[in-house]
Design a protein. Structure first.
Length: 122
C-alpha cells in the first residue's frame, strides 16, 4: 500500500472516530487548529524542517500543563527534530504507559498527481 493510501486510510479512520464521538465545538475547533498548524509547516524531507513542527506541538503540550521535564524535542540535527512527551499516570494503580509513534516529515508528491499545489486546510 502506498504512503498516500496509508495516510488517507488513517485519516478516514480518525475522522470516523471523531464523527462517532460527540465533541463540543471548542474541542473540534482546537483539533482543527492543531491540524491546520501542522499541515501549514513545511516538513518535506528534502527541504522542510520537522523541528519547527515538533517545537510547535511541544509548545501546545507545555501550554496545556505538561511539565517541561516531560516534553523535549530531540533529533540528529537542527532540521530533523522529533517530539518526545510523557503522559504520566495518576495515583496508585494508574494505567500503564503507552507509546504512540508517528512521524512529522512528508515526502514530495508528483506535481501531476496533486489537485492543489499549496498545502492548506480549507
Amino acid at each position: 500500500m502506498s504512503c498516500l493510501r496509508s495516510v488517507v486510510a488513517l485519516l478516514l479512520v480518525f475522522c470516523s472516530y471523531l464523527s462517532a464521538t460527540r465533541l463540543d465545538d471548542a474541542t473540534r475547533q482546537l483539533a482543527r487548529d492543531i491540524f491546520q498548524q501542522l499541515v501549514e509547516i513545511n516538513t518535506t524531507d528534502s527541504v522542510g524542517n520537522t523541528t519547527i513542527a515538533a517545537e510547535a506541538m511541544a509548545k501546545r503540550l507545555l501550554d496545556a500543563g505538561f511539565p517541561a521535564t516531560d516534553v523535549s524535542v530531540v533529533g540528529p540535527n537542527g532540521r530533523k527534530g522529533n517530539l518526545v512527551a510523557r503522559l504520566r499516570g495518576r495515583g496508585v494503580g494508574a494505567f500503564k504507559p503507552i507509546l504512540i509513534i508517528g512521524h512529522l516529515d512528508v515526502g514530495r508528491g508528483s506535481a501531476q498527481r496533486l489537485e492543489h499545489r499549496s498545502v492548506q486546510v480549507r
